[in-house]
Design a binder for this molecule. Structure first.
Ligand SMILES: C[S@@+](CC[C@H](N)C(=O)[O-])C[C@H]1O[C@@H](n2cnc3c(N)ncnc32)[C@H](O)[C@@H]1O
Length: 324
């Protein structure tokens, strides 16, 4: 067996045997810290302030998405029609999260924009944890992540950003919007393995995603810059032309500690991420980063900063043929 393949299998085994959702949550999501606020704030900005890229982003190079024509034949000043149009648009949009882990918080802002969210993760134990939280079958458990208490501060934070009435509304909104929690492996050219729950949309037809989000996953699922770049390409293949890719992660990180094991990371820089995105046929439209503000005791990882990168997949290239 080739050395690189052996290392890959060893990494998969490390995750399967030693990644414990409850332990991960009690280490990395014990409190709402400034770095998680940064991630939540970026997603709020993308889905709520810029309306999923429809209001333009970053350097202005991203084009306005095509929207359906507004219908306005009511005598209520158009309020009902605007509401109906917004509901219709929300129903048709599809969002995929890659590598959700046992963490449902990226979906808070996504569920403001879309009613069709699919979560995915490599590990069965993480998918089970999310499913249990979504259906609250383990409501009596006190384990982290199995009840709303764990996530209330995170939901409260986004509730305040949205100036929404209560965090309960947002909790319900997420539970209604997540349609499936499916297996994924970003090392495969088809990361969702043609899963039928993931592939279907509201009409039961298969289609690509409008937005793909991934937070703190790709650098931990891969073992080299080349593999990271391939993973970005694999994930991007699930995105429709002109759809948006939101990658959030850690810069300068070589590992994190979890459950008394050291989990490796590809050490990312802005140049590495941007080059992977370009190779995947996308254009970077926004980049933000935040210097590390957590102590090694609070977060046993060696990152120097966290980042948000918004990219847009290039439109399908049409070739013009000339006849002589
Ligand atoms: C550090 S955790 C991040 C979890 C969560 N997104 C968060 O923000 O806390 C890394 C995640 O990557 C997932 N993962 C590891 N290898 C993967 C692979 N080959 N494909 C997809 N996900 C993978 C793990 O199961 C785990 O949930």
């Amino acid at each position: 067996m080739m050395e690189s393949q052996a290392k890959r299998l060893a990494l998969e085994q490390l995750y399967k045997d030693n990644f414990k959702p409850e332990v991960y949550l009690s280490t990395y999501y014990r409190t709402l810290d400034v770095e998680v606020e940064f991630f939540l704030g970026n997603l709020h900005h993308f889905f709520f302030v810029s309306n999923g890229g429809q209001h333009g982003e970053g350097d202005g190079t991203c084009r306005t998405r095509q929207v359906e024509p507004e219908v306005n034949d009511a005598d209520d000043g158009g309020e009902k029609a605007v509401h109906n149009n917004e509901t219709k648009k929300k129903e048709g949009r599809r969002v995929l999260e890659i590598g959700s882990g046992p963490v449902p918080i990226s979906m808070i802002s996504a569920s403001r924009w879309s009613e069709w969210i699919v979560c995915s993760d490599f590990l069965e134990q993480n998918r089970q944890n999310i499913k249990q939280w979504l259906t609250m079958t383990a409501i009596t458990s006190t384990a982290p992540g199995r009840h709303d208490e764990t996530w209330l501060p995170f939901f409260r934070y986004v509730t305040e950003l949205e100036r929404a009435e209560s965090e309960t509304l947002l909790l319900d909104r997420v539970r209604l919007s997540v349609r499936a929690v499916v297996p994924c492996n970003v090392l495969l050219t088809d990361p969702l393995m043609n899963d039928k729950d993931a592939a279907q949309n509201a009409d039961g037809c298969s289609s690509l995603y409008d937005v793909i989000i991934t937070t703190l996953c790709l650098e931990f699922a891969t073992l080299s810059v080349d593999e990271y770049s391939s993973a970005v390409g694999n994930v991007t293949s699930l995105l429709r032309p002109e759809g948006f890719l939101v990658i959030q992660g850690a810069l300068g990180n070589s590992h994190y500690w979890h459950n008394n094991h050291q989990f490796p990371s590809v050490t990312l820089s802005r140049a590495v991420v941007e080059s992977a995105i370009k190779n995947a046929g996308c254009l970077v439209v926004d980049w933000r980063e935040l210097a590390r503000c957590c102590s090694p005791q609070d977060k046993p990882a060696d990152h120097s900063a966290v980042f948000y990168c918004l990219a847009r997949k290039n439109p399908i290239q049409t070739t013009t043929t000339t006849t002589k």
